[in-house]
Design a protein around this ligand. Structure first.
Ligand SMILES: O=c1ccn([C@@H]2O[C@H](COP(=O)(O)O)[C@@H](O)[C@H]2O)c(=O)[nH]1
Length: 278
């Protein structure tokens, strides 16, 4: 099967460098005139899927907002994933999973095994138990053409105290994560399938991104304060590998599908302009 890196590279070429999140915050449900219940969740997700699923490269449902409604919310998530796949968007589930390796194997089955009802193109993962503990995800991703985005430098201000801390060899934790991702992606063309998450809010990363050879997911744009122009500051010459991610910035334009599409088009145009300067 074609690798996730290759599929993502093509999707970004064809549809533009943009990932839109489905984050049904209670405030957004209210703003859209929807109830804060499973029906509201379902209508919110369907509206985003119908408006953007056939034109955005990657759609990123935020698992937390579905999980808060229990098994019914998870059923909506499964149906959202199915609809997105039918419309051609790559689905990146933002679940930030991580655990000891034997448990990570179960997470891998849940998200990266094609026989699972929650099968997605890629999933986010936390390396706090060591990047090596995520090996079962990397293995299943490689087997089935999936991808994994590993947290490196997150967009929230609290992340820095852990992620910029230095180990005995002088490297930051973030650089150590990136170096392990580089090894996993070595030699992959046109792009490796193991990505890194680096917030657009983080300023100078202090990291060497030159060998990552995988997609760099950049959340933090819009609602968290970063702009497309910040992508150049954060990513420098690695900017062509950046997948900019917006959630609330685009979602607040809804529920009108035309307004959602216009917001996504604005975001992709701004990002394209920055990425084209490289
Ligand atoms: O470092 C990270 C990693 C993940 N996220 C997630 O992205 C979206 C951001 O939403 P906005 O509305 O665009 O702020 C959200 O689902 C986060 O959990 C992140 O923000 N930063």
């Amino acid at each position: 099967m074609e690798s996730f890196g290759a599929r993502l590279h093509r999707a970004m070429d064809e549809r533009g460098p943009l990932c839109v999140g489905i984050d049904p915050h209670p405030e957004l449900l209210a703003r859209w005139g929807l109830a804060d219940d499973v029906d509201g969740l379902d209508r919110f997700a369907r509206t985003v899927v119908d408006a953007l699923g056939d034109r955005v490269a990657v759609v990123k449902p935020q698992s937390a907002f579905f999980e808060r409604f229990g098994s019914q919310g998870m059923a909506v998530l499964e149906s959202t994933i199915r609809q997105l796949r039918n419309l051609g968007s790559l689905v990146l589930l933002d679940a930030k999973r991580g655990d000891i390796g034997s448990t990570v194997r179960a997470y891998a089955s849940a998200y990266l095994d094609p026989s699972s009802s929650m099968y997605v193109d890629a999933v986010t993962a936390s390396p706090f138990l060591g990047v090596g503990s995520l090996a079962p995800m990397f293995e299943l991703a490689a087997e089935h053409g999936g991808g994994v985005f590993v947290l490196a430098l997150t967009s929230n201000p609290e992340g820095a105290s852990v992620q910029r801390a230095r180990g005995a060899d002088g490297r930051t934790v973030a650089q150590t994560v990136l170096d392990e991702i580089s090894q996993l992606n070595a030699g992959a063309e046109p792009l490796g399938s193991i990505g890194a998450v680096i917030g657009a809010t983080v300023g100078d990363t202090g990291c060497d991104l030159s060998a990552v050879n995988g997609p760099l997911l950049a959340p933090g744009l819009g609602a968290q304060g970063a702009t497309a122009a910040d992508l150049r500051v954060v990513f420098g010459s690695a900017v062509p590998a950046v997948l900019p991610a917006y959630s609330r910035e685009v979602l607040t334009a809804g529920p009108d599908p035309a307004a959602l599409r216009a917001a996504a088009e604005r975001a992709v145009a701004e990002c394209r302009a920055v990425l084209a300067l490289s």
